[in-house]
Write a protein that binds this ligand. Structure first.
Ligand code: PHE
Length: 339
């Protein structure tokens, strides 16, 4: 009887198949209810006592051999099926590749940079943590100047000389300190103002400011530059410069573009006037040039500044400025086409 079991062990060990039905037949033959193993187990009580131990060991060995064989063949068959799943169907659609998208602020900022690059402006950058000189004093805003209140400044700790820049005009000061005219530069960057957060304003936003310094620069040059920009950026060809005040420019103006009154949204965003304000500008005050070691009798120039969020909100019809900073993928994904 033991020899018979040994024979079966050999049979079980050498069994091989790639066919599920054959495997099932093998399983039933050895491990099934009426299979060989159960016959042997049933036989156990008839085995003479002195052979019981050996008989038991061999039946168990047979059981293990059969079970292991079934297990290993099932595994090979399954892994073959998986491979077939991936490579078997060549008409299967490809796995979609998830691509990211640029942030709308970056898209608009890059567009502005490109537009000004075409007329010879380079890009300058500076620190977000500024000192009083570059953010205020050099820009003709001496200590106690009332216009400092216009810009609700975040100071760092209690030192009034260290602050978060309230505009990127600070970069223009740094640029003039380090470069001789002619100067044509735009300064994009993040700025900070201690303002209540609402759908229309935020304590962190982005600006692009421009500076042009040369001999005999006129207000007409400023207007033409801005007109060129609005045509390129918005496809609108009518602007107006409304008299205003900035300490660092004289004369100063607010830049309005004629948006039109075609749709209901146009009425809403222009408050029924058709005109939209997009920034400030003016001829650089001689005091600012002096502060930066540029001779105002020899050189003059213009400067302008605008908010990037404002422009992005107009272009993409975004109703709430806070959406730019919430990092909601459902919002960000909508800009995939603009990479
Ligand atoms: N620095 C001004 C602001 O942040 C904008 C500006 C720039 C106005 C240059 C005039 C000239 O509001």
């Amino acid at each position: 009887m033991i020899d018979k079991i040994k024979e079966y062990i050999g049979e079980a060990q050498s069994f091989s198949t790639e066919n599920k039905e054959e495997l099932e037949a093998f399983r039933i033959k050895f491990l099934g209810k009426k299979g060989i193993l159960n016959d042997f187990f049933a036989e156990f009580k008839n085995v003479p006592n002195d052979q019981k131990k050996e008989f038991g060991q061999f039946t168990n060995a047979l059981k293990n051999a059969a079970e292991e064989k079934v297990k290993s063949i099932v595994e090979t068959l399954e892994s073959k099926e998986e491979t077939k799943g991936v490579f078997g169907d060549l008409t299967r659609a490809a796995e979609p590749v998830l691509i990211g998208s640029r942030h709308p602020i970056s898209i608009v900022k890059n567009q502005i940079i490109d537009i000004f690059a075409n007329i010879g402006f380079n890009v300058s950058e500076g620190p977000e943590i500024e000192d009083d000189w570059h953010n205020f004093t050099a820009l003709n805003l001496p200590e106690y100047h009332p216009a400092r209140d216009m810009q609700d400044t975040f100071f760092i700790q209690t030192n009034p000389d260290v602050l978060l820049r309230t505009h990127t005009s600070s970069v223009q000061v740094r640029y003039m300190e380090n470069h001789k005219p002619p100067i044509r530069t735009i300064s994009p960057g993040r700025v900070f103002r201690n303002e209540a957060i609402s759908s229309r304003s935020h304590c962190i936003f982005h600006q692009v400011e421009g500076l042009y310094i040369d001999k005999d620069v006129s207000f007409a040059d400023l207007k033409q530059t801005l007109l060129y920009f609005t045509k390129e950026m918005f496809g609108k060809s009518k602007i107006r410069l409304r008299p205003s005040y900035f300490p660092f420019t004289e004369p100063s103006a607010e830049i309005d573009i004629y948006w039109g009154l075609k749709t209901e949204t146009d009425y809403r965003i222009t408050k029924g006037t058709g005109w939209l304000e997009i920034g400030g500008c003016g001829m650089v005050d001689p005091n600012v040039l002096k502060n930066c070691d540029i001779n105002p009798d020899e050189y003059n120039g213009f400067a302008f500044g605008m908010g990037v969020e404002r422009i992005a909100m107009l272009l993409y019809q975004i109703g709430d400025i806070r959406m730019f900073y919430e990092n909601d993928v459902r919002f960000l994904e909508q800009f995939k086409a603009n990479i």
